[in-house]
Design a protein around this ligand. Structure first.
Ligand code: NAP
Length: 311
């Protein structure tokens, strides 16, 4: 029997830079290897010229129907970060998280995904213009009506996540059960940010919060830094540049060499050892196989301690 893979499949390029046939092949390969979790959004990849942002959901829906795979996968999509104006390739004026938007967006996503429910429905971004109680009330309706199995929040800082869960629980509503944040083995400089205005990083605060809230799952994106751990054509971004990064990269290289695996595998296995679900973006079978191997790699306690040591 194949063990269930411990990572989710990212799908940003599916149906666009990764064509339909290649997308089907990657999804088949993922599921055949024991993969279940698939992560998409109602705006992937709206920023690419000529794209609507509906391509990823549509090709996944086609695959689900073609392969009759809906019941084999844990399907997640997101609402909130779709530009209000078609053709806008920025995040300057997005739909946000009002109840009206949420109710319409889930229906539109389900239509594209050719299914009657998603297993996890994510708030893609924070929207502080809408009272939390209103957003959470709308998400709760979706869970009660069976359109969403559970709800999660992406790009919320920890205090907003804590507020949101407290608000929902006090009202007897479904709380967010998962957080989706940017996270990898190396850490950004405190206070430094990447080019995205909306992406939020895992911080020590997040990890402390999750220790106290074991019923909240962390899903991590951009874990492989677009391939920067192994590829010269993908430099590590400036905001990760500091002495702690040099020390971490040195240990990572040593551990990968000792174990005879790729640094990417060590990064993913290190995350999964802490019950974090990495969302791995792949565009080729070889990249997918690297992630599958990582899912089967168990790091010993001594190795994890060495990896954790450089701060
Ligand atoms: N909630 C959010 O705000 C948010 C934000 C970003 C992403 N996400 C989710 O997370 C997923 C992954 O995000 P991401 O694309 O930023 O992740 P990433 O892991 O940083 O980058 C994925 C890219 O890394 C390269 N790569 C993957 N495996 C490799 C390997 N074994 N060796 C060398 N290069 C490799 C590939 O680049 P090439 O294809 O160029 O070869 C791949 O497309 C997305 O698809 C999406 O589902 C969520």
């Amino acid at each position: 029997m194949t063990d269930t893979l411990r990572f989710a499949l990212g799908t940003i390029p599916f149906g666009t830079t990764v064509g339909r046939r290649e997308t089907f092949d990657l999804l088949d390969r993922f599921v055949d290897a024991g993969g279940t979790m698939i992560d998409t959004a109602n705006n992937y990849p709206f920023w690419m010229p000529g794209c609507t942002g509906e391509e990823s959901e549509r090709v996944i829906g086609d695959w689900l129907v073609a392969r009759r795979s809906r019941d084999r996968v844990v399907l997640g999509t997101k609402v909130g970060a779709r530009p209000r104006t078609p053709g806008d390739t920025t995040l300057d004026d997005v739909e946000g998280l009002s109840p009206t938007v949420i109710r319409a967006a889930i229906r539109a996503s389900l239509t594209r995904l050719l299914t009657d429910r998603v297993d996890i429905y994510w708030a893609h971004i924070d929207d502080r213009t809408v009272p939390l109680a209103e957003t959470l009330g709308a998400f709760d309706e979706l869970v009660r009506s069976g359109l969403a199995g559970t709800v999660g929040a992406s790009n919320l800082v920890t205090w907003r996540m804590a507020d949101a869960r407290a608000t929902a629980l006090a009202a007897g509503q479904s709380p967010y059960t998962a957080m989706q944040l940017r996270h990898t083995y190396i850490r950004p400089r405190p206070g430094a940010r990447g080019s995205s205005r909306v992406q939020e990083y895992v911080t020590d605060d997040t990890l402390d919060y999750l220790t106290e809230r074991p019923d909240v799952t962390l899903w991590a994106y951009s874990t492989l830094l677009s391939g920067a751990y192994t590829r010269d054509d993908r430099p590590i971004e400036q905001h990760y540049r500091h002495p702690g990064t040099d020390a971490r990269l040195a240990v990572l290289a040593q551990v990968a060499a000792e174990l005879g695996v790729s640094p990417n595998q060590v990064v993913l296995a290190w995350l999964m050892a802490d019950e974090i679900i990495p969302i791995v973006g792949v565009s080729t079978p070889a990249q997918l196989d690297d992630a599958i191997a990582a899912s089967r790699l168990q790091l010993g306690a001594d190795v994890r301690q060495r990896l954790d040591a450089p701060r």
